[in-house]
Design a protein. Structure first.
Length: 92
């Protein structure tokens, strides 16, 4: 079962890289990578139900949760004001 978890980890890295190359969005690639690493952590926990396996799975899930909440935050503005449309340029 530990070989399966190692294979899942390697495939998670491969899939994350493939998403980054195809979609060209590092946020999406990171989300895919973190989801698949969480799955690999669950496989590792099934193989090693001791405290070490539980700590590893908990660390991966905590990291995933923290990064997801950070990625969900809005992107800060560039400091430039948005152009104001001229008066009368709206719907007629």
């Amino acid at each position: 079962m530990n070989v399966l978890a190692g294979t899942a980890t390697a495939l998670a890295l491969l899939c994350g890289a493939a998403v980054l190359v195809t979609v060209r969005c590092w946020r999406t690639a990171l989300r895919v990578l973190l989801d698949l690493l969480a799955a690999a952590g669950m496989l590792r926990l099934a193989a090693d139900p001791g405290w070490g396996g539980l700590a590893t799975a908990a660390a991966v899930i905590l990291l995933r949760h923290l990064l997801w909440s950070g990625l969900a935050a809005p992107v800060p503005a560039s400091g430039k004001a948005a152009p104001v449309p001229p008066v009368g340029a709206g719907w007629r």
